[in-house]
Design a protein around this ligand. Structure first.
Ligand SMILES: Nc1nc2c(c(=O)[nH]1)N[C@H]1C(S)=C(S)[C@@H](COP(=O)(O)O)O[C@H]1N2
Ligand SMILES: [Mo]
Length: 383
């Protein structure tokens, strides 16, 4: 179904197959319907450590012990403590938005238990507010980011400094990167990178530094960090993972879980989620046994709200995307499910394809579409 590109692209695909690398990965979006907001505690949210640590080794830092060192190319340095974020929140700088976190691993072709993707409501302080008092030169091109566990990454300086339209109802500024301290209305837990992590709406998981420890503004524009220099050391892989515009459209079938799964009939529900990266899903279609494609219902905002526990719900309703813009929003997945009543016993095939607001429809054939999920077609057996 997918066109293999040049040798380099095939190699990229191989490197994306979990198990080829010594990383501890664990997906939870299997065998069930995908909830719009993933409970952030251990259990349903995926676990993947870019640094290759086990859950038990995750840093455990209290809010009162946490601090963040800021360094710039001008030699200016500062230290931020949790209380500083709290006072910025009191000054009205706090913001909340929904983001789908997705690892570049676990999105490979051929394996079906690899959906390293989850969605949370994050609350924190826009990054540009935190950097405002640091003297950064105009030549600084990257903000290098460091975690307590040794993981390293970076984001472009202009994105780090991009102001939010917070408080301005007429602003169409993109949601800014943030220093997040809450997820789903609760303090960010240890496994999710608490007490403070970076969240960048449109970027792959590896740019969203957990257990944030240090930020360094630098003029050095070269690739930097654990993923860009160790996991994906060569072009075009670096360029692909570094560019948020290259996040491929994906659909993942979570139920049934594996090819040729035996499913109890005659009424069968097929479930999954689609994700379009830095744009929004506009249509999801499904075909049974190579029949005509039929559009599925996109998730309804108010219906989603009703399924959430009160704490998560109030965070969800405060999200910047709740009232404004398309639904589901850009950078947020669209879970779906479709019931097929009265299926005959024996083999069936389901095919799903998503379309996004940029006009892409699955399956894609370009090299960038190699960073996607092939779980768009699945055979199962009704018993
Ligand atoms: N400090 C630190 N931050 C990190 C990582 C890490 O290993 N250490 N892994 C990154 C990767 S590769 C991913 S996919 C996301 C996972 O975040 P999540 O556990 O909230 O989904 O965190 C990113 N931030
Ligand atoms: Mo990742």
């Amino acid at each position: 179904m997918f066109q293999m590109g040049a040798g380099a692209a095939s190699m990229l695909m191989l490197r994306l197959v979990p198990g080829c690398e010594h990383i501890d990965v664990e997906s939870k979006v299997v065998g069930q319907r995908v909830r719009f907001i993933t409970p952030a505690e251990d259990g349903e949210w995926y676990w993947q450590s870019g640094q290759g640590i086990m859950k038990s080794q995750a840093p455990d830092i209290a809010r009162g012990e946490w601090s963040l060192d800021l360094e710039s190319d001008t030699g200016d340095t500062q230290t931020i403590e949790f209380a500083d974020l709290e006072s910025m929140a009191q000054d009205g700088d706090e913001m909340t938005y929904i983001k789908t976190m997705r690892c570049v691993f676990g999105t490979s072709i051929g394996t079906l238990t690899d959906s390293l993707v989850s969605t949370g409501v994050f609350t924190g302080i826009p990054l540009h507010r935190v950097l405002e008092s640091l003297d950064i030169s105009d030549n600084a091109s990257k903000l290098r980011t460091f975690g307590v566990d040794g993981f390293e990454s970076n984001i472009p300086m202009d994105r780090a400094l991009q102001p939010s339209g917070l408080g301005d109802p007429n602003s169409d500024a993109p949601l800014p990167p943030m220093l997040a301290y809450e997820i789903n209305g609760r303090p960010i837990s240890r496994l999710r990178g608490g007490p403070v992590r970076l969240v960048i709406p449109e970027m792959w998981g590896y740019k969203n530094m957990k257990w944030l420890d240090r930020l360094v503004a630098t003029e050095d524009a070269s690739y930097f960090g654990t993923y860009e220099t160790e996991q994906f050391p060569q072009e075009p892989a670096q360029g692909l993972i570094d560019d948020p515009g290259k996040i491929a459209l994906m659909s993942v079938i979570s139920r049934p879980t594996v090819p040729m799964a035996e499913v109890e009939g005659p009424d069968v529900t097929i479930a999954g989620a689609s994700f379009a990266g830095n744009t929004n899903i506009t249509d999801i279609e499904m075909s049974l046994d190579d029949g005509p494609f039929e559009s599925l219902n996109l998730p309804d905002r108010d219906e989603v709200a009703e399924t959430l526990d009160p704490t998560t719900r109030s965070a969800f309703e405060q999200a910047e995307q709740f009232e404004a813009g398309p639904w589901p929003p850009a950078n947020v997945w669209a879970p779906w499910a479709k019931a097929f009543p009265g299926l005959s016993t024996g083999e069936h095939t389901v095919t799903v394809r998503a379309t996004d607001a940029s006009g892409r429809t699955q399956p894609g054939e370009s090299d960038q579409e190699l960073i996607t999920s092939s779980r768009v077609r699945l055979q199962f057996r009704v018993t």
